[in-house]
Design a protein around this ligand. Structure first.
Ligand code: UDX
Length: 464
């Protein structure tokens, strides 16, 4: 076996925040084990780039067709195809140059499972491929079962049965509406559904499958997957300074597509009593309707707690007029365009997280011991929400009324329940338990640390 220090690995991420964060952090973990890592990212991520620190790895941008003036005019489906053609070409060019330039070129390409076609490029160049799944194991498993035809679409065909799916058994917590929205509402985002299912079109030709989760969290599913595939569970991919404190690490993922108002958030949070603040965020992509924004604003005004609400610039115009003034008077709330979510979630004054249940947000809250109010919007979020409430028991879920809007009074009462109610007590205890388990998983010798170690050893063995 050659030593990890001689090994170079390429990591290709999709250009969205929720894929960059875990893949960049995973790259840093590999670098901390002595590997040389080149992080490749489509250039469209560069336009609003705020690169905090990448000292331990090289970051390379490759063309993705976003400079093409015609791309603006394309439909969503066509722009996905255009992206693929552009990146196939630029990734091929990059790997060819890399192989001719480097004395010991990389033998492994870790690629975002959403760019599943990158595996062909790796194999054509004599490399091994390892898809990195940015969703939970449960969600990966659902897409796999649909892709191979065990679960048939449309899901309505399964209505009337008790459960759409009961193998592995934990799946039976999912009612038909708790499946990822892409497979519940087939007309909503067909191109994204195609990508989600295609993650499993060629994965058997990949050498290893990497999942951002930890074995204790998804025990049953992980066992089920391990029985048939070579998987490595390597999460939660959160800067270690928040978890095991073993590594000198940054307080940030390192590459933000939005400008965080970090100082303002910290100053405001510092001024609030312990566990008195509700943190509200719907991630980097979800967009709420104007009615929903109004109800949410109303709920936040009604509830007892203080709140810090991230409203992205593109969403700001939906805020009810006078809202900012009203909540500013007694300093009950702070609205920012973006924050450093890890810093906020780990701040002592934050007692609850109202979340859309994106997979990163879910893992971050679990790992930092913050109870959740689940308000899922789309894709894998309804499934994550069900696990948050029914399996991990670290939150409560608010449901939409007949107008497909979650009422402000329901939001307020749910938050009050978690922050100080009886039901909240159990949830708060469970959250601390999961925090400890996440820390143990990434700590030296923990399940995820061993997963990364195994991956490194496997790569080292390729050099012999
Ligand atoms: C989504 C979801 O992961 C998933 O449901 C779906 O597959 C498509 O992508 P996103 O909606 O952005 O991504 O949510 P999430 O996965 O939670 O990722 C958001 C990331 O941005 C998190 O790592 C979070 O820490 C970070 N963030 C969010 C900030 O740093 N600051 C903010 O103000 C908000």
């Amino acid at each position: 076996m050659c030593r990890p220090h001689g090994i170079h690995v390429l990591v290709l991420s999709y250009a969205v925040q929720s894929h960059i964060n875990p893949m960049l952090q995973f790259s840093r973990r590999l670098a901390s084990k002595g590997l040389k890592v080149t992080f490749i990212i489509p250039i469209s991520a560069k336009k609003s780039l705020n690169l905090v620190n990448s000292s331990s790895i090289d970051v390379v941008y490759i063309p993705d067709g976003s400079d093409d003036v015609e791309r603006e005019k394309l439909s969503f489906d066509d722009s996905v195809a255009h992206f693929r053609v552009s990146v196939v070409q630029s990734l091929t060019d990059f790997i060819q140059k890399h192989q001719s330039r480097e004395e010991k070129p990389a033998k492994v390409l870790v690629y975002d499972s959403f760019v599943f076609w990158a595996l062909d490029i790796a194999i054509q160049h004599g490399m091994h491929g390892a898809p990195f799944f940015t969703q939970s194991c449960v969600v990966g498993c659902i897409y796999y079962l649909i892709h191979q035809g065990t679960v048939k679409l449309p899901l309505e065909a399964a209505h009337g049965q008790d459960h759409v799916l009961s193998d592995p058994p934990v799946m039976s917590v999912l009612g038909p509406d708790d499946f990822p929205s892409l497979v519940v509402d087939l007309n909503s985002y067909s191109a994204v559904l195609m990508i989600a299912l295609s993650q499993f079109s060629n994965f058997r030709r990949a050498k290893w499958l990497l999942f951002n989760s930890f074995a204790e969290l998804e025990e049953e599913i992980v066992k089920w997957m391990r029985n048939q595939w070579s998987i490595m569970i390597i999460g939660p991919t959160i800067p270690s300074v928040y978890l095991d404190k073993r590594l000198e690490d940054d307080k940030d993922y390192g590459l933000s597509l939005f400008e965080p108002e970090a100082e303002a958030c910290l100053k405001w949070l510092d001024s609030k009593p312990p566990k008195s603040v509700l943190y509200v965020s719907f991630g980097s992509l979800a967009s709420l309707g104007e009615d929903q924004m109004g109800e949410l604003a109303n709920g936040l005004k009604r509830m007892k707690s203080n709140f810090l609400w991230v409203v992205r610039e593109s969403e700001e115009k939906k805020l009810p007029c006078d809202f900012l003034q009203e909540v500013g008077i007694d300093d009950k709330g702070l609205v920012v365009k973006w924050c450093n979510q890890l810093q906020v979630l780990s701040h002592g004054s934050v007692g609850c997280f109202m979340t859309h249940c994106g997979w990163n947000s879910t893992l971050e809250a679990l790992s930092l011991g913050v109870p959740m109010v689940a308000m899922p919007q789309w894709t894998d979020q309804p499934t994550n929400a069900t696990f948050i409430v029914e399996v991990w028991k670290v939150g409560l879920r608010v449901r939409a009324n007949e107008h497909r809007v979650v009422a402000g009074e329901d939001i307020a009462s749910c938050v009050n329940d978690i922050m100080e109610g009886e039901r909240g007590e159990e949830i708060r205890k469970n959250s601390l338990r999961w925090k400890e388990m996440a820390r143990e998983a990434v700590d030296e010798g923990g399940s995820s640390d061993m997963g990364i170690q195994e991956f490194v050893i496997n790569m080292a063995n390729l050099c012999t």
